[in-house]
Design a protein around this ligand. Structure first.
Ligand SMILES: [Zn+2]
Ligand SMILES: [Zn+2]
Length: 220
């Protein structure tokens, strides 16, 4: 389907508005990024194309619209992860680039990026990244560049690339322990408890926290 950029953007905003519990047409058309690319006639065209349904001030996605929005959101949030954590761009540059970058991603490239990043569950803003086929099928020719820390073997080290916890208190606690993107951790022991070493400190961490820390393996 020949889908243009404005359509993609509008679908993404309908999706993220819905995540925030909103579905108002008026509010949607007031969003700065939407205003730049779309107006009421865009919505009418999308409605005629069968992507959305507008009833009064309420906009909803049709099944087709849902599928396309899901893919667009997935590409956008994967692009954010890639630009933020792997390429270490600052937030402003990421915002500028994630939107244009996502439109150049084919489904295959999106899967490669997802796999490379260890199938991250959320974007840097903590919003969920819809799963792709790669996240469900485990076999892949691509070796992830980034993995959840619990996948490292005893004796291996990893540099922290990102942490996906949505709990701020947990993130704060981890950062006071020096567990922040950029630091290197060494897996000391995995059972019965997960013990890691960071600098001169040895720490035991809960299994569910360990899964939220994504690292890139490093040679000792
Ligand atoms: Zn985001
Ligand atoms: Zn994936």
């Amino acid at each position: 389907m020949g889908q243009d950029r404005a359509t993609d953007e509008v679908l993404e905003f309908i999706w993220s508005e819905r995540e925030a519990g909103r579905s108002s047409v008026t509010a949607l058309l007031e969003i700065e990024e939407v205003k730049e690319e779309a107006d009421r006639s865009t919505l009418d065209a999308m409605s005629a194309e069968g992507l959305i349904t507008v009833m009064g001030d309420v906009v909803t996605l049709t099944n087709t619209g849902e599928t396309l929005a899901r893919e667009a959101i997935r590409r956008h949030r994967l692009a954010e992860r890639l630009l933020t954590e792997v390429l270490a761009m600052d937030p402003e540059t990421v915002e500028k680039n994630a939107c244009s970058f996502e439109h150049t991603l084919t489904p295959e490239v999106a899967e490669s990026i997802c796999t490379l990043l260890g199938h991250p569950p959320t974007c840097p803003h903590g919003l969920p990244i819809p799963k792709g086929n790669c996240c469900i099928a485990t076999k892949s020719e691509i070796t992830p560049l980034v993995n959840p820390l619990d996948q490292l073997k005893v004796g291996e080290s990893g540099r922290i690339i990102f942490i996906v916890s949505k709990q701020h208190t947990r993130l704060d606690k981890l950062s006071t322990l020096g567990i922040v993107p950029g630091s290197t951790v060494h897996v000391h022991q995995k059972r019965p408890a997960f013990v890691l070493q960071i600098e001169e400190t040895t720490l035991a961490l809960d299994a569910d926290i360990v899964k939220e820390i994504y690292v890139k393996r490093v040679a000792q």
